[in-house]
Design a protein around this ligand. Structure first.
Ligand SMILES: Nc1nc2c(ncn2[C@@H]2O[C@H](COP(=O)(O)OP(=O)(O)OP(=O)(O)O)[C@@H](O)[C@H]2O)c(=O)[nH]1
Ligand SMILES: C[S@@+](CC[C@H](N)C(=O)[O-])C[C@H]1O[C@@H](n2cnc3c(N)ncnc32)[C@H](O)[C@@H]1O
Ligand code: SF4
Ligand code: SF4
Length: 294
């Protein structure tokens, strides 16, 4: 088991498989790192296996946009067995891949959708087609990549007035969708439009059938009859960082201890066996909560 200097157990691995993307959302943090280089499916599998041996139980595939990689099905297929393998995608290519990804071993997907207005969507993503995202969500549900989480970054002046509509949209899928309302992170972007998502707490607390607090980043989940809501508050939230059980691997094979920092990356590309395990153990010791509180 990997445990950092702050007693946080690392059970969750986030692998960026590319920095490339077929969209260009104006606020994108790009997972905090840009790389021109990409690991092969075998290289990804080797690093993932090392983390599995060290106690990681869940894997998230992300990007850039993971589905722009032509070998994405092979990447998923070659991953070792974990309790859960999920992917975060913008959904543009999801309907094409949903069934193959499920067969390859993907358990579920998160799909990013900040608005239900086609014109606004095109503007925010600089060219995205909303109908493709909707088709992708439907294909993912039909393929059993569930629960599908819908990621909506809340931006004041842009989409706060769409929260109710998004809930109505989620309800149509009868319990198969979880809505994630995400706070805007000020990284590679000036933070204009910031909205504190905890301002929604009261609203959901007073009406939910059940409230769950996830171990990961102490996220609050509100369960309703035919949908659920999760609030993701990464800004100025020491509770989030103190229960952060994630480690990241960048598209070019560096261990990234924190989304918000690039001054403590550790290159593991080309390493294998005991050497790889030891370098991972050392990298874990570089982890620090980004927001610490008092
Ligand atoms: N600051 C920070 N933000 C994170 C971290 N993990 C996820 N996020 C943000 O949370 C939002 C949702 O990320 P996703 O990739 O969909 O995954 P997730 O919701 O974290 O993971 P699951 O609930 O397991 O599906 C994105 O805006 C991420 O940038 C983290 O460790 N630190
Ligand atoms: C960087 S994207 C990568 C995966 C894929 N391209 C997608 O959009 O789902 C992962 C998630 O981060 C979110 N995100 C991007 N920039 C953000 C920011 N500045 N603040 C909060 N979330 C952000 C996106 O909305 C998306 O849900
Ligand atoms: S689709 Fe994802 S990676 Fe691409 S620009 Fe938008 S948020 Fe960033
Ligand atoms: S320490 Fe905080 S900011 Fe850094 S990755 Fe973990 S939750 Fe995100």
């Amino acid at each position: 088991m990997l445990v950092d200097r702050f007693g946080r157990k690392i059970t969750n691995l986030r692998i960026s498989v590319t920095s490339r993307c077929n969209l260009n959302c104006f606020y994108c943090h790009r997972e905090g790192y840009l790389s021109g280089d990409e690991l092969s499916p075998d290289e990804i599998a080797e690093i993932a296996e090392a983390f599995r041996e060290l106690g990681v139980r869940k894997v998230k595939i992300t990007g850039g946009e993971p589905l722009v990689r032509k070998d994405i099905v092979e990447i998923v297929e070659k991953l070792p067995k974990f309790d859960e393998i999920s992917m975060t995608t913008n959904g543009q290519l999801l309907s094409r891949y949903a069934c193959d990804l499920k067969r390859a071993g993907l358990d579920r997907v998160n799909v990013s959708l900040d608005t239900l207005d086609a014109k606004k969507y095109r503007a925010m993503t600089r060219g995205g087609k909303i109908e493709r995202v909707i088709e992708g969500i439907e294909a993912a549900i039909n393929a059993g990549l569930t629960p599908v989480k819908l990621n909506m970054v809340l931006i004041s002046g842009l989409n706060l007035d769409e929260i109710d509509e998004m809930i109505k949209f989620a309800r149509k899928f009868r319990g198969k969708l979880i809505l994630q309302f995400i706070e805007l992170v000020n990284l590679n972007y000036n933070g204009e439009g910031y909205f504190d998502v905890f301002r929604l707490k009261e609203r959901f607390e007073s009406s939910a059938r059940e409230i769950r607090i996830r171990g990961m980043q102490k996220r609050r989940q509100y369960i309703f009859e035919d949908y659920a809501v999760e609030l993701v508050k990464p800004v100025d939230n020491s509770e989030f960082c103190h229960s952060c059980n994630r480690i990241r691997v960048t598209a070019d094979g560096k261990i990234k201890p924190c989304l918000m920092r690039n001054d403590n990356l550790v290159d593991v590309r080309g390493l294998s066996g005991e050497r790889l395990l030891n370098v991972i153990r050392e990298a874990i010791l570089l982890r620090e909560p980004y927001y610490r509180g008092d």
